[in-house]
Design a protein around this ligand. Structure first.
Ligand code: KIV
Ligand code: ZN
Length: 515
């Protein structure tokens, strides 16, 4: 296949993905995800929106300084301050890209920007020129292109390419497009814009109508050669096109699509689990490619067929996306070197020696309770060990829960608050409710519980439960995570992790208004 048949995979999990309410990530978590994306061989990693907050700037900079095999990109509105900040954050990148955007639909130009179309073109050209003076690789996006007029798109894109944009992105910002219509739009742009051959055309589809992947693929057939997507389809509102679905559709239907990507698909599942664990957004069991049931055959007829000849009911192999790598890997006699090497094989790159030590101590504790330690356990205990790295204002010291048929569940616990132990107790409708009430009797956080979810990490009743707790206070949302073989303990850890994050202001989701 020639270069023209290659689709560039642009992952925006760390930027658009983070715009999912409650999906905010700390800088350290973003770096871990970026490493997993680099291992997947994602071409471009959009690491964030450098001007949005000091935390966002630091995260983009950390990703730019540490990632060598993928281009690192920062988003910037079409204004000087944003572009300069993006350029500063990307200074250490091996290969950096500034992604600047302005809205082009009549409704956005009139009500949001309050600008005339000619002024929008002028501002876009100024922004692209400025970005090109700071960075050789510039992407220009026409926000809400899906609802923009084609004649206007032709004018602004031609001007942006002349000003030096090398990638032109046509986002379906509000998820309004339908595959054949979106493909037609891409085709027309490629045919009508005289300098279209000087840029790569890109698509960025939102999933409001459940069509993000279908629209992206239709656009590829029409000539787009970059797809913007996210792991697990994370993203603003209903999310973005799911990377794993786009990539596997391209790989599985090469006969029809006649394009390829450079993604190493066997790392897809571990990346999906990492993102799900960090954001606390569970993957639904019937989710394509990475859902627990994606390769499970229930009906006897299907099972019989697959046993006789796998392709009777399977269009791709589970191994090709990383399933079945889930063998028992470690036990209580495994040493530190084996532990480190297995983490490296899983793409879990620990950032400091202290973090490896903390994770190894947790591994030993877990191995005492559960003699089969699976890859999922390792991923979770690393997340848990790193969650403990968050400055711990509140820490669980001891928990004693009584839950009997016909009696009100009762929790007694000891919390360490800035190093001082404090007892607490609470009653509730169940053991978890009682535990949270006991914690709140000490914390008095004033936060509202928005989500509580428990997920069994592996099969079997000795599995660890992975708990996510989402708290909201004054418009700020944080997700706390905790894992343990005892789900009440996991729940307490997740609740305390959320309170600690709230306390230090981590994971606060920055909102930046339009230009
Ligand atoms: O959805 C959108 O339009 C975006 C742009 C900033 C690319 O996320
Ligand atoms: Zn978007």
């Amino acid at each position: 296949m020639s270069n023209n048949d290659r689709v560039i995979i642009f992952d925006t999990t760390l930027r658009d993905g983070e715009q999912s309410p409650g999906a905010s990530m700390t800088g350290e978590e973003k770096l871990r995800i970026a490493k997993a994306l680099e291992r997947l061989k994602v071409d471009v990693i959009e690491a964030g929106f450098a001007i949005a907050s000091p935390g966002d700037f630091a995260a983009v900079k950390a990703v730019a300084d540490n990632i060598k095999d993928s281009t690192v990109c920062s988003l910037a509105r079409a204004v000087d301050a944003d572009i300069e900040r993006a350029s500063e954050a990307l200074a250490g990148a091996n290969s950096g890209r500034i992604h600047t955007f302005i809205a082009t639909s009549p409704i956005h130009m009139q009500y949001k920007l309050r600008m005339q179309p000619d002024q929008v073109i002028e501002q876009a050209v100024r922004a692209v020129t400025k970005a090109r003076n700071l960075c050789a690789d510039v992407e220009f996006s026409c926000e809400d292109a899906g609802r923009s007029e084609i004649d206007f798109l032709c004018r602004i894109i031609e001007a942006a390419i002349d000003a030096g944009a090398r990638t032109i992105n046509i986002p379906d910002t509000v998820g309004y497009a339908i595959p054949h219509q979106y493909a037609d739009m891409i085709r027309q742009l490629l045919e009508r814009i005289p300098n279209a051959d000087k840029a790569v055309f890109s698509v960025h589809c939102h999933n409001d109508l459940g069509l993000a992947v279908a629209n992206s693929l239709a656009a590829v057939v029409a000539g787009a050669r970059q797809v913007e997507c996210t792991i697990n389809g994370l993203g603003e509102r209903a999310g973005n096109a799911a990377l794993e679905e786009v990539v596997m559709a391209i790989k599985t239907r090469q006969d029809l699509l006649k394009v390829h990507t450079r993604i190493e698909t066997e790392h897809i599942l571990s990346a999906s689990r990492l993102v799900s664990g960090i954001t606390g957004f569970p993957v639904q069991p019937n989710k394509a490619i990475v859902g627990a049931n994606a390769f499970a055959h229930e009906s006897g007829i299907h099972q019989d067929g697959v046993l006789k000849h796998r392709e009777t009911y399977e269009i791709m192999s589970a191994q090709s996306v990383g399933w079945n790598a889930n063998k028992m890997v470690m036990g209580k006699h495994s040493g530190r070197a084996a532990f480190r090497s297995r983490l490296e094989e899983l793409g879990i790159v620990l950032l400091a020696e202290g973090e490896l030590n903390a994770a190894f101590a947790r591994f030993k504790e877990l191995a005492d309770k559960k003699h089969e330690i699976f890859d999922e356990d390792l991923q979770s205990l690393v997340s848990d060990a790193l969650a403990e790295d968050v400055q711990e204002h509140f820490k669980l010291v001891a928990l004693d829960v009584a839950s009997k048929t016909g009696q009100v569940p009762d929790a007694k616990l000891v919390l360490s608050v800035d190093g001082q132990e404090q007892p607490a107790s609470g009653q509730g409708s169940g053991p978890v409710d009682a535990t949270f009430k006991a914690i709140e009797s000490v914390a008095n956080s004033g936060a509202t519980l928005q989500l509580y979810s428990v997920n069994a990490i592996t099969k079997g009743t000795d599995s660890q439960g992975e708990v996510t707790v989402r708290l909201e206070k004054g418009g700020r949302i944080v997700n706390g995570n905790g894992a343990d073989t005892d789900i009440v303990v996991a729940s307490a850890k997740a609740y305390l992790n959320a309170l600690n994050l709230m306390k230090i202001g981590a994971k606060a989701h920055p909102q930046v208004s339009g230009v």
